[in-house]
Design a protein around this ligand. Structure first.
Ligand code: ATP
Ligand code: MG
Length: 234
């Protein structure tokens, strides 16, 4: 592996939850290197810490011990404000239950990351149209989320996750709430768009079919990662 290509690395990553006197180490020693342009599937049984790990990589949560380095920048040491700016600029999230804002239209949901990143208002409209066309929803801009099917809502969520051109895309069971066929379509859209644009993509999944399209499969168990397989091309 060429070290220059590594986008995000973790070393000795530890995350502990405390409930009263009980201490539960969800992640005890996670070491990970993700390259730019790579697609990684993250497997593990329910409760193994997959979402916890994504939240750490995406700067939503902080580790109790260890390092997370993104393009040379130590996320674990950043002040809160800088961590927020990092997240807005460089990370796109896709969730199982879409997480669209129900009172905003499709276009308003998709434009949010650009507004948060301070993109000028007159530059936003055309980018929203372009991003929605990429997910074949150019004609649904004024719809509200509850007027869309699950698969359509997830395509809106993908447009929202990619519109600010993040270098890292984190998808937490993006097909978990969809039927198999729609799930496959969503996966194709997510992986195609990420690959075209050279983004690193980490997909949490319970499905081996999903994992088959990834370059690498990582499994979390007992607070650690194991590698199940590596594929050069995808
Ligand atoms: N805020 C919290 N406080 C206490 N415990 C937590 C908290 N968040 C997560 N946990 C615990 O950490 C463990 C890992 O949770 P996590 O959500 O990361 O698992 P997961 O692998 O994503 O599971 P699933 O496949 O069900 O989504 C679980 O035992 C969970 O109960
Ligand atoms: Mg989870």
């Amino acid at each position: 592996m060429n070290d220059d290509d590594i986008l995000i690395s973790t070393r000795e990553l530890r995350r502990v939850y405390r409930e009263g006197a009980r201490v539960h180490a969800v992640l005890s020693d996670v070491n990970l290197d993700i390259r730019a342009g790579e697609c990684v599937a993250l497997l593990g049984r329910s409760g193994s810490g997959k979402s916890t790990l994504l939240n750490l990589l995406g700067g939503i949560d902080r580790p109790d011990h260890g390092s997370i380095v993104f393009d040379g920048k130590p996320l674990h040491a950043l002040p809160e404000r800088d961590l927020t700016l990092f997240r807005r600029a460089h990370v796109g999230f896709v969730y199982q239950f879409f997480n669209l804002i129900p009172t905003l239209t499709v276009a308003e949901n998709v434009r949010l990351p650009l507004e948060l990143n301070g993109v000028k208002a007159d530059a936003i409209g055309p980018r929203v149209v372009q991003e929605l066309e990429r997910v074949s929803l150019g004609d649904r801009q004024q719809a509200f989320p509850d007027q869309l099917s699950g698969g359509e809502q997830q395509r809106v969520a993908i447009a929202r996750a990619l519109i600010h051109r993040p270098r890292l895309v984190l998808a937490d069971e993006p097909t978990g709430n969809l039927d198999a066929e729609t799930g496959q379509q969503i996966l194709d859209v997510l992986t195609d768009l990420s690959r075209q644009q050279g983004r690193a993509l980490i997909i949490v999944t319970h499905s081996l079919a999903v994992a088959e399209i990834a370059n690498r499969i990582l499994t979390l168990s007992d607070g650690r990662l194991t590698t199940a397989g590596t594929r050069i091309a995808w």
